[in-house]
Design a binder for this molecule. Structure first.
Ligand code: ADP
Ligand code: GLC
Length: 468
């Protein structure tokens, strides 16, 4: 079986968030003697593309409305990954030093057309086309409707929704960018009077998955306008929980962290990483360390942090360390907070892959008070590194974290994204930390939880086989 994943992000090439981690891991775990799983993604101008060498395997032009653009397909020359990855190079549009911006519509339509045009030249069609999020959401429509892709009509295709908040809306003025199709079917592109690539994919894909079972249920009542559509299409929808890539996220082998450790050496290993963080960020080692890593956007509840941290820090029982970037006002507020809480609070505003690994390893608790969390990978990384997750019980967080008050519980769960819930949960964390015997037992317990990709990668394979 030959599977093709199409995505805007893929670790380690280009990463903004969890989409990259998933697309960079799933093919590895799907590849075996009978299955070839590969990725097609845009060629950006970033650190990865600057530091590696590529060879051109195909060159042509694509038509985007009234303009004709050169494009090439590139392959890595120097450093193979654990799966085949192909890059669509459209120099005029995709080769930028960013992944997402205001020109996404043209860029990602060009990406999708180039990818399909190239696939038309393959000797054999793929067995499954797996699209990720709205950036590749026009593909199921084009496979079904565009005249030039007639040869692809029978290829089973899947959409995975990583986040339904973002749908890629654009105006009908740009409909001519999509390769021509029977205009009687233009309604398939439409939702709420604009062209909506995510909605089009939900309508046209053979199957739709989301990244956790609970999020799938939540989408039926809260999907940023797509509730009715998802209810209507519910028979072809299912939730498959993401996994974590143990080749990248494992404290026993992680080259980014200060001291490696396993369940037996967790105490000394975490202490060494915590000491590094406390020295670097001038934090009190003796206080429990609560950390946040992520995009500073409303989805994550990060707008509440400045107030919530202030309240918690005044109690003088916890330290807080934050790594993230996003909303400028929130970034500023988080910076300003530093001067009043030297020794118990610090923040690195920016993106730093290495530091994120050290924080998972060195923190005592990870905070995730998300308003929406389709799956969430941070809590699963935290578990693997023996760091107790504090989460709002929604989406994938509900599927992966059980409150300590419950049978076999190991985390701290709250029901709202509110300042009170964040502060109260930090208080509960402080209490748990005080009881070192229980705290250490929980650490060992959570490190043993298996969230590797093995089971979920197989669930996808089962789904592919059911439509192949
Ligand atoms: P989302 O995809 O919604 O951002 P996930 O929990 O699925 O959330 O995944 C987030 C991923 O991005 C994790 O690998 C996390 O460690 C990483 N990440 C987010 N912000 C940063 C940052 N500022 N620096 C380093 N890694 C980050
Ligand atoms: C999205 C979601 C996140 C999920 C990730 C990977 O960015 O916000 O919850 O873990 O995709 O599927």
């Amino acid at each position: 079986m030959n599977i093709v994943h199409l995505s805007a992000e893929c670790y380690p090439v280009a990463k903004i968030g969890g989409l990259a981690d998933v697309v960079g891991a799933l093919p590895k775990y799907q590849n075996n003697k009978t299955i070839t799983s590969q990725v097609i993604m845009p060629f950006y101008d970033n650190k990865f593309t600057q530091e590696n060498t590529f060879k051109t395997i195909y060159s042509s032009t694509l038509t985007l409305g009234s303009i004709v653009l050169d494009f090439s397909v590139l392959k890595l020359k120097n450093k193979p990954l654990d799966f085949d990855i192909f890059f669509i190079d459209v120099p005029d549009l995709l080769f930028k030093d960013y992944v997402y911006s205001s020109d996404d519509t043209d860029r990602f339509i060009a990406f999708q057309i180039a990818a399909l045009d190239w696939m038309l030249t393959w000797k054999k069609n793929p067995d499954i086309i797996h699209c990720h999020d709205h950036h590749t959401g026009l593909i199921p429509f084009m496979l079904q409707e565009s005249f030039k892709y007639e040869a692809f009509r029978k290829i089973p295709n899947i959409l995975t929704i990583h986040n339904a908040q973002y749908q890629g809306w654009f105006s009908h003025d740009k409909v001519s960018l999509i390769p021509s199709f029977d205009f009687n079917n233009v309604g398939l592109l439409d939702w709420g009077s604009s062209i909506n690539p995510l909605a089009a994919a939900i309508k046209c894909a053979w199957r739709v998955t989301t990244v956790s079972p609970t999020y799938m249920e939540e989408l039926k009542t809260s999907a940023n306008g797509l509730e009715y559509l998802l209810n209507d299409e519910s028979k072809k929808c299912s939730g498959i929980l993401n996994g974590i890539d143990l080749g990248v996220w494992n404290p026993e082998t992680d080259n980014y962290i200060i001291s490696k450790y396993n369940t037996k050496t967790v105490q000394s290993g975490k202490n060494a990483n915590k000491k590094y963080l406390c020295d670097t960020f001038k934090l009190d080692f003796n206080k429990p360390l609560f950390a946040f890593i992520g995009r500073l956007v409303d989805q994550k509840g990060s707008d509440l942090f400045p107030e919530a941290f202030k309240e918690s820090l005044l109690k003088n029982k916890a330290s807080v360390l934050l790594l993230g970037s996003g909303n400028h006002l929130v970034e500023q507020q988080l910076e300003t907070l530093k001067k009043d809480h030297i020794g118990t609070y610090n923040a690195y505003i920016g993106y730093d892959e290495k530091l994120s690994h050290i924080i998972y390893a060195g923190a005592d608790f990870i905070l995730m008070p998300s308003r929406v969390e389709p799956c969430g990978l941070n809590q699963m990384y935290a578990l693997k590194y023996g760091t107790v997750p504090i989460v709002r019980s929604i989406g994938g967080l509900k599927d992966t974290v059980i409150d300590i008050s419950k049978h076999k519980g190991f985390g701290i769960c709250h029901s709202d994204t509110s300042i009170t819930d964040i502060v109260t949960s930090i208080d509960r964390g402080v209490e748990l930390y005080r009881d070192q015997a229980t705290f250490k037992k929980i650490r060992r317990q959570i490190m043993a939880i298996d969230h590797s990709w093995h089971a979920s990668a197989q669930d996808y394979i089962k789904l592919y086989k059911s439509i192949n």
